[in-house]
Each structure stands twice: as C-alpha cells, then as structure tokens.
Design a binder for this molecule. Structure first.
Ligand code: FE2
Length: 194
C-alpha cells in the first residue's frame, strides 16, 4: 500500500529540473540591482513596457460583427503590430483573410480551427501564422472561442466570392477601439499605445 501511494505521489509531483541548467540563479524574493553597461543610453532612450489589467474599464469588448468582439490590448505603430483577444461568442465564422505579416495566437477558451487545416485548437494551443497564408477561421463550439493574438502586418479580408473587401492593419484596429470609446464616453487607455 505504501509503495502504491509513493508511486502516485511521484506521478503527480513536478519533474526534476534538467541537470546542467543554472537559471534561475536565485530564489531571493526581492528586487536586485544588477550591473548595466549602457545605463545612460537606456535611461535616455528606452521606452517603458505596458500593462493592461483584466477589467473592462481598462479595455472594453468592442463588437466585431454580430457574434464576435475584440478586446484591444496593444498598438505599435512603428511595427504595425496590434494585440488583442478575439471572442467569438458561439458557433460561427470569421471570414476568409490573407496575412501580410506574422501572427502568434493562443487559444484561451473554447475551440477554434481553420477550414483549410486539419487541427483543432483548444485552451493552451499555440498557433503561428506567416505572410501569404489565406484561411477561414471557424468555431464549432457552442460556447465559441477566446483567442489571444499578437499580430504583425495587415490582414486582407475577402467575401464568399473571393472579392477583396478591406485591409485591417494597426490603424484599422486603433480606429476600431477609439471609435467605440468615443461613442460610449470611455476614456482612451494610454497603456494600449506602445
Ligand atoms: Fe489568420
């Protein structure tokens, strides 16, 4: 019996760290001052990072068609990068689009797939999309999907006959966020602008 319990404990505990790896070098729970050769230029030119909290006060869900919404998280106009959470609220489609840049996505809730591929993304799944890819995003989940995305470069949208409709780039996403905020008297959150 004792052996069986020990076996169960071994299975559920975290695996040991691989040998030969030195990081993390400390478990000290405190801020450490570290050496920095370029402190002067960093102080003069570095830009701060950002933080957007989980509350809708910090960034609201902005409708995207009838069955979806986007929670904008970041806009970087220097690199045409935009980040957000796409929420498709029930079984549905987000139209066919072509990428002119790269996209990193993580499925947070529900499930999602593309008609063109044979995989289904569920929570924790990682998706990477590259320039030139064209695909049609669908969720077959009755509860839809929430997808975190870090997108670089424009997306081109096409109708069901293959006709080009519109381009979405950082300016499109910024306008989507700001138009909604203006209409609803929501102050713009400066933390979204990198
Ligand atoms: Fe895509």
């Amino acid at each position: 019996m004792a052996t069986s319990t020990a076996k169960t404990a071994a299975k559920t505990s975290a695996p040991a760290a691989p040998k030969g790896i030195k990081a993390p070098p400390s478990t000290a729970y405190k801020i450490i001052d570290i050496p920095e050769t370029y402190k002067d230029v960093i102080q003069r030119y570095a830009v701060p990072g950002t933080f957007v909290g989980a509350s809708e006060k910090e960034s609201p869900w902005v409708p995207f068609g009838n069955n979806a919404a986007i929670r904008h998280l970041a806009f970087d106009v220097r690199h045409n990068i935009f980040s957000n959470i796409l929420w498709i609220k029930s079984k549905g489609v987000v139209g066919t689009h072509k990428h002119r840049g790269t996209v990193v996505m993580i499925c947070l809730e529900g499930s999602v797939r593309y008609l063109e591929y044979d995989w289904v993304a569920t929570p924790g799944a990682f998706i990477y999309e590259t320039p030139g890819l064209t695909h049609t995003l669908v969720t077959d989940d009755p509860n839809g999907v929430k997808l975190f995305g870090w997108l670089q470069g424009p997306l081109e949208w096409y109708d069901d006959k293959g006709n080009f409709v519109e381009t979405s780039d950082v300016w499109w996403f910024m306008n989507h966020y700001e138009s909604y905020c203006r209409e609803h008297n929501i102050p713009l959150n400066k933390q979204l602008y990198l």
